[in-house]
Design a protein around this ligand. Structure first.
Ligand code: DGL
Length: 281
């Protein structure tokens, strides 16, 4: 099939998270597909989303998606499990048909669910995530739709995102909370053999998480999974692929102080970046 040429209306791919966590997804996406343009948007002023109600997470996410659309994005990835769990479906079913029928918004839960069922040998999967993601039961529902024999156990880790957002992911005090939540998860079912890091902030805690998981338990990070899934999506949707601009540029926006974002994001991404402040309201 001839490759479609890039549409003159092509725009960057939008990557959205409540804060810095989505950078762990962006990094893997850019590594796999450096040719595309990306806009990263972190709602650092209103993070964390994990303890907020369905209505608030939906409204904040809707505002972010509309902002990314206004900046030219045809395709937006919610690089945030909480937003994927609480807002994605409503945006896809209700908002897109009404305001932007030719644009797409994708999440991070479905691609992860598609992989995990083939990884577990014991049929017992653990999910570490925010309160919002756990309470939504999105992982249980998505995994059981695809792998009905898999049992899913979830543990909410309400302090992990604030610790990461405050640059405490390396500090010894964080070990206490990581160990506590992992113990609670494994106490639900000691035969869990695969644990989804179901929040995009958690790869920054991956070293600690692996330290406290029992030997033989796999910690599943989402970055590569989401990147592969996006690549596959673009291959299957040439009409969208040709509307994704390819100059290899990446720009960063935050709803908080850009200096703070620039400093933290540069550490997370191991490269010097600059961010611009925007308002979503
Ligand atoms: N990175 C978001 C997630 O994947 C964190 C949510 C929050 O802000 O609490 O769920």
């Amino acid at each position: 099939m001839p490759k479609p040429v890039t549409d003159h209306l092509a725009g960057p791919i939008g990557i959205f998270d409540s804060g810095y966590g989505g950078l762990t997804i962006l990094e893997k996406i850019r590594r796999l597909m450096p040719e595309y343009d990306y806009i990263y948007l972190g709602d650092n002023a209103r993070t964390p989303y994990g303890t907020r109600s369905f209505e608030v997470v939906y409204e904040f996410t809707r505002q972010a998606v509309l902002k990314l659309f206004a900046m030219g994005c045809r395709l937006v990835i919610l690089a945030c499990n909480t937003a994927s769990a609480k807002a994605l479906r409503t945006i896809q079913m209700r908002d897109l048909p009404a305001v932007a029928p030719d644009r797409r918004v994708l999440g991070v839960i479905r691609p992860t669910a598609e992989i995990v069922g083939n990884m577990t040998h014991s049929g017992n999967v653990g999910v570490l995530a925010t309160v919002g993601t756990v309470q939504s039961h999105s992982y249980d529902l998505e995994i059981r739709k695809l792998f009905p024999y898999v049992r899913v156990y979830s543990e909410a880790c309400p302090l992990w995102v604030p610790l990461v957002e405050n640059n405490e992911y390396d500090s010894p005090g964080t070990d206490y909370f990581v160990e506590k939540n992992i113990r609670a998860l494994m106490a639900q079912e000691p035969a869990i053999d695969t644990v989804i890091l179901g929040c995009t902030h958690y790869p920054l805690l991956a070293e600690k998480i692996r330290r406290y998981l029992p030997a033989g338990v796999t910690a599943l990070e989402q970055g590569d999974i989401v990147a592969e899934s996006l690549k596959d999506y673009l291959q299957r949707h040439p009409e969208m692929e040709c509307r994704c601009r390819k100059k290899g540029e990446c720009t960063f926006y935050t709803t908080e102080l850009p200096e703070k974002f620039t400093a933290s994001a540069s550490v997370f991404l191991k490269e010097k970046i600059t961010a611009t402040r925007i308002s979503l309201e």
